[in-house]
Design a protein around this ligand. Sequence first.
Ligand code: NG6
Ligand code: CA
Length: 493
Amino acid sequence: MRFLLIFFLSISLVYGQKPNVILIYVDDLGYGDLGSYGSKTIKTPHMDRLAKQGLRFTQAYSTSATCTPSRYSLLTGSYAVRRKDTGIATGDASALILPGQQTIASIFSKAGYQSSAIGKWHLGLGPQGGPNWNGKITQGPLDIGFTEAFILPATGDRVPCVYVENDQVLGLQANDPIQVSYTKKIGDMPTGKENPELLRMKHSHGHDQSIVNGVGRIGFMQGGNAALWKDEDIAQRLTDRAKSFMRRNQKSPFFLYFATHDIHVPRLPHVKFLGKSGYGNRGDALLQLDDSVGQLMKTLDSLHLTQNTLVILTSDNGPVVDDGYHDQSKELLGNHQPAAHLKGGKYSSFEAGTRVPFIISWPAKVKKGQSDALVSQIDLVSSMAALVGQSVDASQAKDSENQLATWTGQSKKSRAYIIEQAGSLAIRQGDWKYISPSKGQAVNALVGIELGNNPADQLYDLSKDPSEKNNLAMENPNKAQELKSLLRALMEK
Ligand code: NG6
Ligand code: CA
């Protein structure tokens, strides 16, 4: 105990006054989307400024190629794949993280931080059977350590299309209650399937259920008219909330989990950005995202908090161009390469599914530069706990390691391995990447992405073959077997 105390005190001494921490968790941002990661097309000056003043990681991973499992792992430090129920959650799913469970927010809270969850949640809310949209929404961010919250319950394309402020739907009127169903049509709201003439943006696949704000969604809803969001306003509303949170807490250390809706579908950026990138709505949403980041940085500057604020910018999974709406992103993609040289994309076990931009800026402590160390978002919990001198219940954050030295550039040491969850589970160790056999489809033709599923073992040498073209599993069966056994052992841990 005494040893632990001295250990944590010494960490606090090394790192000095408690820094603020902002985690900018972008939705579906690809490895090749930012200027600082080599893009020469869509301009991202504010995110590039973060990279310029901070440490840019070239080998960083989300834990999964889709949202819900990535977020679950990030917040808890335990791989979502250990559970059976952490696929892409519906908009009426019950809470995946239960009250009292240790999360990154509860750790910051123990360290005396104020914390806010702003933006996309997509981790379920409420007890079994789902949340009570018309009353107090229990089992949400406030129950797992956040001191305040302003969230979209699931995704922009899933009903209910309302904001939840702390534990209530914002702007709901008692005489117009919300009902939600993911199984059958309810109420008289038009649907994309029955009334396509009412759509202002057509769906390319899925998204043909309730029409909200002229856009077909996943799921059916009824009521809550005064509470419905306007897609074009989401980015600025979230940004305003974040700015107000920072201003209100400028004197106490804070942790801001800023989970943007951008650049997920439906991409309906504000008219200020519409048509401005020349690369369709995805490009325009990227401009909007960059603007939001710029506003947060400007707020830090004006509050004189830039020096001692640790900002992490990363993404929950890799990129997708057509994720279900005709929004000109495919037609106008031109020479923009959202995944850079990587194979696959969102949903894929290939590298583009989980290799994402990862930037850490903390001018007071982190030297600017580039790190090629292997890092994973799974280590957020333990690394941030170390930063603020808190212990971690390792039985809950089973997979999270303290990688603070690498994250802050004091060490170049890589994580021993990276686990990548998609249709098939993959593992990377050093430059070797192994993908488990899977009977799933090889290509998702609707989104145009190679998923990495193959009934046989796959083994790639990323040092020589970064785009995963040559499967070496037959040539090097021992290596394939070694990684397969390691993956199995880690999953049985
Ligand atoms: C898919 C949706 C896609 C997106 C994704 C989740 C269809 C046809 N596709 O099922 O649009 O919502 O789920 O994305 O409905 S994520 O980033 O939240 O994981
Ligand atoms: Ca996502």
